[in-house]
Design a protein around this ligand. Structure first.
Ligand SMILES: Cc1cc2nc3c(=O)[nH]c(=O)nc-3n(C[C@H](O)[C@H](O)[C@H](O)COP(=O)(O)O)c2cc1C
Length: 176
């Protein structure tokens, strides 16, 4: 099997949000494994890797939010949600966000989607959520960021932004 073939499947980039009951705040992560799989009812599939804390929160809350990431996104948004875990960081406190129906969304996003989990399928590596779209909002025109664009030219900017953020945190710690 040539695994490179799987990178030819096109994906978008999304910020996922869910209520974290244990910490009384929202959890969140970057995901690309999302697609619409039916339109009657409107259904989407979301795949989370099994180490994701947001995955645990979705299993408990059985609902989640998606913010569709635009091509003009600040690299830090992806670094914040994709390079650290909500287990020990309040990621939503580090970005501008709004809440609708007790779920968090990026203020600056292409579109917002709220979904209610109907089925859960567990694999060794990932957990697949099938979910019904409860509500959705088309927020602005423009191009969404694709996973292939992220890999081709955006990832370096995200890494650079995460390194700057880590250095700032270390500086703040050493000043205490
Ligand atoms: C571009 C990109 C795409 C990602 N796609 C997924 C995905 O589809 N599913 C997933 O579970 N994690 C994905 N991740 C990894 C999670 O965002 C990452 O492991 C995150 O730290 C999990 O945070 P959590 O522990 O707060 O849930 C992706 C990360 C990046 C940067």
């Amino acid at each position: 099997m040539d695994e490179a073939a799987l990178f030819k499947l096109t994906h978008g980039i999304y910020v996922l949000g869910a209520w974290d009951e244990a910490n009384n705040r929202f959890a969140g992560s970057v995901v690309d494994a999302v697609m619409q799989v039916a339109n009657k009812p409107f259904m989407i599939a979301l795949s989370c890797h099994n180490n994701s804390y947001t995955k645990l929160c979705i299993e408990k809350a059985r609902c989640f939010s998606l913010s569709v990431v635009g091509a003009d996104v600040e690299p830090f948004v992806i670094a914040n949600f994709g390079f650290q875990t909500s287990r020990n960081v309040d990621k939503w406190a580090k970005v501008d966000y709004i809440t609708v129906n007790n779920l968090p969304y990026l203020k600056d996003t292409m579109a917002r989607i709220e979904a209610k989990v109907t089925e859960i399928i567990a694999y060794d590596s990932n957990t697949l959520f099938l979910a019904e779209v409860v509500d959705s909002w088309d927020c602005k025109c423009g191009d969404a960021l694709t996973y292939n664009q992220y890999r081709a030219y955006f990832k370096d900017k995200v890494i650079e932004s995460f390194n700057k953020y880590r250095q700032q945190l270390l500086k703040e710690k050493s000043n205490v």
